[in-house]
Design a protein around this ligand. Structure first.
Ligand code: ADP
Ligand code: MG
Length: 359
């Protein structure tokens, strides 16, 4: 089987590609920056200007800056490649915290109370009703950069004025007290294969590694594991980083990452994370390909049955034209009845038999 990773060539991607070589016959690393998608006539995915070849498996990943390209590539390949761990739309959903919260909400995944307002005026009214502290976020911010905290109506109002000037969409979120920590769980299939607690630097509320946070390995309890796995299921993603705040009310998901970095987690984990991913990718690809073969075999068997004259039975309603019965097409195909021969038709209440008339 032939597998590929389309990525920016990060250390994580290289580690997974190396691990995949133990299982797949061939593994290729494809540089995301050299991939283009064309739509319209002759639509397709191009790599270094030429149509991308055939692969049984492709893992597409990359930074949030490439969200549109990642989505386009995954979307275009979805039907062609037997197995891809992420559907195209995950890249745009994960890129936007509001869209993420919406999907998670539809699947009843717990999350902090989150508000979207049509404009600054209505947001101001909202700020008078909420409990403090609160969090304001740009839906497409990352690495902690678009996250602001306000511990009173006064500071929230001045933040809001600044946001109004920027004319940028934002969300208002309830603050979950976690002592400046958050949890990153890596979901693969229906398991959490590793999790880290990230702890914010002193005098910092954001636990992001980019904001100076430190990670330590943790074993998740059953409830948090279920929330992480359910979040990945809600997005139909087989590999997903799920960020969780462990508040007094239990685990609450704040965001998901479609291209989670593995290095940090691998360093603190006892499991070989890239190997876990590679094994999972191989097993799933094999399953899909085998499944396809059985499907193909089934349709061949059906064809043979048709040709050998075996009886086929279907349950369906009957079509009528006026008082006359019209039988389904497969009946004429199977029986090879035609309008040049004569037929004996026997009918009684609840039963119909038609046979070639033989003298
Ligand atoms: N509702 C919240 N309550 C408490 N802390 C939060 C909340 N939302 C975010 N944080 C803190 O801020 C950090 C960054 O927020 P997050 O929503 O993950 O944005 P980013 O995409 O920038 O990482 C989180 O890791 C967490 O430590
Ligand atoms: Mg985050």
């Amino acid at each position: 089987m032939k597998g590929a990773i389309i990525s920016l060539g990060s250390k994580s991607s290289i580690m997974v590609a190396e691990a995949m070589k133990k299982y797949f016959d061939e593994v290729e690393m494809i540089q995301l920056r050299n991939v283009e998608v064309s739509l319209g006539k002759d639509a397709g995915v191009l790599y270094e200007g030429k149509p991308l070849g055939y692969y049984d498996f492709i893992y597409v990943k990359g930074s949030f800056r490439y969200a549109n390209l990642l989505r386009s590539i995954a979307g275009m390949l979805e039907k062609k490649v037997p197995y891809m761990p992420l559907p195209g739309n995950v890249f745009s959903i994960a890129h936007n915290k509001l869209l993420t919260q919406l999907i998670l909400q539809q699947h009843n995944i717990p999350m902090p109370k989150t508000y979207v307002s049509p404009n600054v005026e209505s947001a101001k009214e909202l700020l008078e009703k909420v409990n403090y502290p609160i969090v304001m976020k740009f839906p497409e911010g990352t690495q902690g950069k678009g996250v602001m905290f306000a511990d009173s109506l006064a500071s929230a109002s001045s933040l809001l004025d600044a946001l109004g000037v920027l004319n940028q969409p934002f969300i208002i979120q309830e603050y979950v007290e976690t002592d400046g920590t958050d949890i990153r769980a890596l979901v693969v299939g229906d398991k959490v294969i590793g999790a880290m607690r990230r702890i914010a630097q002193k005098e910092e509320k954001r636990a992001n590694i980019h904001a100076g946070g430190k990670g330590e390995f943790i074993l998740l309890d059953r409830e948090t594991t279920k929330v992480a796995v359910d979040a990945a299921k809600a997005l139909d993603a087989d590999v997903l980083g799920v960020d969780i705040l462990e508040g007094g009310l239990g685990p609450q998901v704040i965001e998901v990452n479609a291209s989670p970095g593995l290095q940090g987690l691998n360093e603190v984990s006892t499991l070989d994370i890239p190997d876990e991913l590679a094994k999972f990718f191989f097993r799933k690809t094999e399953e899909v390909i085998k499944g396809k073969k059985t499907e193909d075999a089934k349709s061949v068997m059906k064809q043979i049955a048709l040709e050998n004259g075996d009886t086929q039975e279907v349950v369906s309603t009957l079509q009528f034209r006026g008082e006359k019965i019209i039988l389904p097409e497969f009946v004429s195909k199977l029986t090879r009845f035609n309008d040049r021969k004569e037929y004996s038709i026997k009918a009684k209440r609840g039963k119909l038999e038609i046979e070639e008339f033989k003298i």
